[in-house]
Design a protein around this ligand. Structure first.
Ligand code: IPM
Ligand code: MG
Length: 357
């Protein structure tokens, strides 16, 4: 039998140091998996003068899943060739190349970390996990853009665009996910202002007729941002467009304590998956052994479940992470009084120690 192969694209910033640790965990639970490394982002630019080289494209097309780290450089260097348009040319190009239309971002609450939430414990009662489903190939991210000068005034334009099929895909995914969970979808839009949002809402209403057991609530995005903080327990599955999903998923990730714990999975219509932390390359802590590896580890568990049906191995990693937290080990982003602060490597050592297969 052919063993699964995974394209590993660690990218920039904390990507490589976190990936190196997480691969120790993956190889421990699935020693038979082949991992093949490719360059992407600023890391690719230095040798290939582009952010998503042909070699990397061919590597991905030959693999069964992609494990992605992070891309992008320091904000102050955004105009240097290595970093200019890096995110657009790498991760957005990759999403488009693989036609990854659906993105799943779970914000999971761990009982060992209840006290680090910025939200009062009382408000978190009933919260165990909020799933954000984000459309990933449309909206203002992929519409036409231009920057020009007219009569001495600089002007910039980004166009938001959706067709009903793109929206219906997310809607079906949302209703199916809700069927397995709490039978409730909150669809988030800005239908009081935007045409794309009016189409979003209409399409969700149409698709909902095929799922009579599921309750559908519409919520405006500004209200949703507030509700996430005031009353997070009302949410289970949130479905939204590309830009709103980008913003709301960062907000939701803070409720359990840190963006450093939020994984993500992106799929195309054939079920091919790319797995990456929801956060970025964090240049400010790069190379300092400070990054929380949980988001990347949990991205591996999503990969094991969704791409390879390896539930036992995924559960083993997740339980080991929980044990590590219960034993009081914390990276700096989730550090609490009287706990043991550890770096990326030592946190991973502890997780490895706790894995029971
Ligand atoms: C994310 C990131 C990306 C996005 C950036 C790096 C282009 O913020 O995956 O959330 O906006 O989608
Ligand atoms: Mg983001």
């Amino acid at each position: 039998m052919k063993h699964p192969s995974i394209a590993v694209l660690a990218g920039d910033g904390i990507g490589p140091e976190v990936m190196a640790q997480v691969l120790r965990v993956l190889h421990h639970v699935c020693p038979q998996f082949n991992t093949k490394h490719g360059l992407v982002g600023g890391a690719a630019f230095t040798t290939h003068q582009c952010h998503f080289p042909q070699d990397t494209q061919s590597l991905i097309d030959d693999c069964d899943a992609v494990l992605f780290g992070s891309v992008g450089g320091p904000i102050d260097s955004a105009d240097e060739p290595q970093w200019k348009n890096c995110e657009i040319n790498s991760i957005l190009a990759l999403r488009n190349h693989l036609k990854l239309a659906i993105n799943i971002r779970p914000a999971k609450f761990y009982s060992a970390l209840r006290d680090i939430s910025p939200i009062k414990n009382k408000r978190l009662e009933g919260c165990d996990e909020i799933i954000i489903l984000r459309e990933l190939l449309g909206d203002i991210y992929f519409g036409e853009k231009q920057a020009y000068t007219e009569e001495g005034i600089m002007i910039a334009e980004d166009t938001a665009r959706y067709d009903e099929n793109q929206i219906a895909l997310v809607a079906h995914q949302a209703f199916k996910t809700a069927t397995r969970r709490k039978q409730h979808v909150v669809s988030v839009d800005k239908a009081n202002v935007l045409e794309t949002s009016k189409l979003w809402r209409k399409t969700f209403q149409q698709v909902a007729t095929g799922y009579p057991a599921i309750k559908l609530t519409h919520m405006l995005v500004d209200n949703c941002a507030m509700q996430l903080i005031l009353n997070p327990a009302q949410f289970d599955v949130i479905a939204t467009s590309n830009l709103f999903g980008d913003i709301l998923s960062d907000a939701a990730s803070a409720l359990p304590g840190s963006l450093g714990m939020m994984p993500s999975a992106s799929f195309n219509q054939q079920g091919f998956g790319l797995y990456e932390p929801s956060g970025g390359s964090a240049p400010d802590i790069t190379g300092l052994d400070k990054a929380n590896p949980m988001a990347q580890m949990l991205s591996v568990t999503m990969m094991l479940r969704h791409s390879f049906n390896k539930t036992k191995e995924a559960d083993a990693i997740e339980q080991a992470i929980i044990k590590t937290l219960e034993k009081g080990f914390r990276t700096v982003d989730i550090m609490q009084q009287d706990k043991t602060e550890v770096g990326t490597i030592q946190f991973t050592d502890e997780v490895l120690r706790q894995i029971k297969l």
